[in-house]
Design a protein around this ligand. Structure first.
Ligand code: ADP
Length: 260
């Protein structure tokens, strides 16, 4: 599946980037950079959409983690974004790959002049071998901070770039018929050809402690992608070298693909 994709967007959720204590999982970032480097060696182009600024903010200053006021969350994101990108930069340096920080809001995708500017920046970065790392600009817009955790931002990025595949890494193996965290008998759905109809057949449970969107925003992202004939994979970022395993068909996940 990934073998035939040339342009790949990888979205990393907050749960995936956090360790069990709620701090940034540096080993995960290192592994992700190794795998992206391998993809690039295989001729793929990659954009990363990374959440985790708030988690990184808490890791940096070790306070305000329990504050629910949105201004504190924004402040944590502003602090954490620097740390997060610093981690990506250090890991990609090992592979002689430069990164470019791109901060966007969902509204940007609906304003023609901004779309043109975003497109120009992204295409130039990618043409020059740089890996763009996108996150929401939480200072000017708090939508993704409240709901979504970048799932839809990643889907809009995939459409704007005409990606072949969006990979969303979360802390579950894919879409289940029930919330796998609360129902032990939940079954993995391996292929979804029609997002609208699957929504009627599954139970949508709560998101996790560090996550915000839950499965609902992942289904929204799948719908956006599939409408543009872009495939979406939902897979478990907690599994070591998950992208390589997807590439080698060694692992189960959910593929959202509209088949004509
Ligand atoms: P992330 O931070 O990775 O974006 P979220 O916590 O926002 O992750 O969303 C993933 C969570 O959604 C899972 O850990 C799971 O507990 C929950 N969930 C609820 N219903 C389902 C379902 N039907 N299938 C899969 N996951 C579900």
């Amino acid at each position: 599946m990934l073998e035939s994709s040339r342009k790949i967007v990888i979205k990393v959720g907050s749960n995936t980037l956090s360790d069990k204590d709620g701090f940034v999982n540096e080993k995960f970032i290192e592994e992700l950079c190794n795998q992206v480097s391998q993809l690039k060696q295989q001729g793929k182009e990659v954009i990363i959409v990374s959440s985790g600024a708030k988690v990184a903010g808490i890791s940096t200053i070790n306070k305000w983690s329990r504050k629910s006021d949105i201004n504190y969350k924004q402040a944590l994101c502003a602090i954490g974004q620097v740390r997060l990108l610093g981690s990506y930069e250090r890991c990609f340096e090992q592979h002689n790959i430069h990164i470019g920080q791109v901060l966007l809001t969902r509204d940007d995708f609906f304003i023609d002049s901004r779309v043109l500017n975003i497109r120009n920046t992204l295409f130039t970065l990618i043409d020059e071998g740089v890996v763009p790392i996108i996150n929401e600009n939480d200072t000017v817009c708090i939508k993704e901070l409240q709901i979504g955790d970048n799932d839809t931002l990643a889907a809009y990025t995939a459409t704007l770039w005409n990606a072949d595949t969006l990979i969303i890494l979360s802390d579950i193996d894919g879409l289940y018929n029930k919330n796998p965290k609360t129902d032990k008998d939940a079954k993995l759905v391996e292929l979804v050809e029609d997002v609208d109809s699957i929504i009627k057949d599954i139970e949508i449970g709560e998101a996790n402690e560090f996550g915000t969107g839950g499965i609902k925003t992942k289904l929204d992202a799948a719908k956006i992608c599939n409408d543009y004939e872009i495939s979406m994979i939902l897979a478990n970022g907690k599994i070591d070298n998950i992208i390589t395993k997807i590439y080698n068909n060694e692992i189960k996940y959910t593929l959202f693909k509209k088949c004509n």
